[in-house]
Each structure stands twice: as structure tokens, then as C-alpha cells.
Design a protein around this ligand. Sequence first.
Ligand SMILES: Nc1ncnc2c1ncn2[C@@H]1O[C@H](COP(=O)(O)OP(=O)(O)OP(=O)(O)O)[C@@H](O)[C@H]1O
Ligand SMILES: [Mg+2]
Length: 271
Amino acid sequence: MSATPLLELRGIDKSFGPVQVLRDVAFAAYPGEVTALVGDNGAGKSTLVKCISGIHPTDAGQFVFDGRPVSINNPRDASGLGIEVVYQDLALCDNLDIVQNMFLGREKRSGIILDEPTMEQMAAETLAGLSVRTVKSLRQHVSSLSGGQRQTVAIAKAVLWNSKLVILDEPTAALGVAQTAQVLELVRRLADNGLAVVLISHNMNDVFAVSDRIAALYLGQMVAQVKTTDITHAQVVELITAGRTGGIGLATEPANGDNDTPADSTAGGLA
Ligand SMILES: Nc1ncnc2c1ncn2[C@@H]1O[C@H](COP(=O)(O)OP(=O)(O)OP(=O)(O)O)[C@@H](O)[C@H]1O
Ligand SMILES: [Mg+2]
């Protein structure tokens, strides 16, 4: 395990109009590790990812990348640093084939024509490098792929660009058991190849199966970031539902009134 984060965030605030969605968030992602980002619906996970990927400008806070302070003001800044995101909705085009999807908007050209052989070779090498063997033809339309294969293509697309940090927003949410296992294996392999990986998931089995660290967001606050081996399944559930567990997380009950804290949030909801 690496001791130095590839990406570190400090004091991130983000509001949409009067609604503060992230407050004073600290977060770190380490090379060679999978960091699971967990939290209830609306906790702010996707918003945090969109701040990291430059889609949403932050209101306050710092980004440190590879030990240097950086500013991420737009998606180009993020991709320039090697940050790629696989979004919940995948954003693949059904009517295009695998190669076309992987190079969409960043096509290789030879003079004025598209350099299809180079793109096809790079796509093949990327999929092979990830040990993806289930895809029959790179010229298959994405519409003909299974959910797991589509997820694989989206992930391969993200790693094609010399990325250093890959963020996956619920990659297994729509998948069956076998496909979930395949995608999780792929997620693990990305980290084993040296990338820093951030995995958003609501599935505790997935989280414990692949992650090295767990970061828990509760109502827009980062209440814990711990090694997976240092915490139990039940404790993570408690962090997600109550913001604290034992000595970890919020020191006190969250203040009432300024946030839409559910009335039953003290229940703990242990599985
Ligand atoms: N563009 C926006 N404008 C206004 N409010 C927003 C916007 N995007 C997100 N929010 C609000 O921010 C809060 C956090 O949303 P976010 O999508 O980050 O949650 P999440 O943790 O990803 O949830 P889920 O697990 O359901 O995907 C929610 O209350 C949401 O309504
Ligand atoms: Mg989300």
C-alpha cells in the first residue's frame, strides 16, 4: 500500500443555490488502491465526483495531485491530470461500435481520414491489458452487448487515455451476480496495475470484496476514511445511516434544522 495519495482534497465546499451539498470535505485516493466511496442516496457522492472531474466548480477547498496543488475548473483540467470518470449512466452510444465508443471525441486521424487500424489496435490492446476476453468483436455495436460488457467497454474507455485516477460511479448497480463479479475483478485489476481507483457503491459485499479503503459521506460531510481491514460491515452501515459508529465519524449528533436529516437517522440500521 502506498502512503502518499495521488489525489487529495481538503476543505471542499459545494452548494447549489441555498443548498449546501458538500461541507468541508476531505478525501484521498491512493495509487494501487481501490477507495470505496459510500453514503446514502443524496449524501453527495456523485456531486463530489463531479467536483473532482471538473463538471462542478467548488466553492472552497484545495486539490493536491501528485504532491502538487492543482486547480480543476473544467473537465479538460481533470483529463489533463489523468482523471477519468465512468458515470452511472455510462454515456456510451448504442449505435456505435466498441472502437468508435472508446475514441468518441478523441479520434485518431491520419491526415484527414480516421486512422481506424490504430484505433482498433489500441482498443484491442487496452481490452487485452485488462484481460477482457468476453467481447467477441471490437466492431460490435454497443447495443448488442450485455450490461457487464458495456460496463467493461466504459471502463476500458476510461483507462485508454493514460489515466492515473479512475472513478466508477456504481458500476455494478444494474448487473447480475456473474457480471458483477467480472466487473469487480476488472476494478481490482485497475488498481493492481497501479491506478488509483475510486468506487462508488451501495453494495457492502462489493465494497468489502475489492476496496482497500472506505470513505463515508453522511449528509455532505466526510465522516470517515479508513482502511477496509480496520472496519466491519456493520460499522460502515452505521456510518452511512447515522454518521458515526463507536469512536469513528461525527463526534456529536448532527445539528438539527439546517439539513433535511431524516427523523429516524439515529436508529443505526445495523444489518
Ligand atoms: N445540479 C444540482 N442542482 C441542485 N441540487 C443538486 C444538483 N446535483 C445534486 N444535487 C443535490 O445534492 C445532493 C447530493 O446529490 P448526489 O447526486 O451527489 O448524491 P449521491 O450521494 O450521489 O446519491 P445517490 O446514491 O442517490 O446517487 C442531493 O440532495 C441532490 O438533490
Ligand atoms: Mg449518485
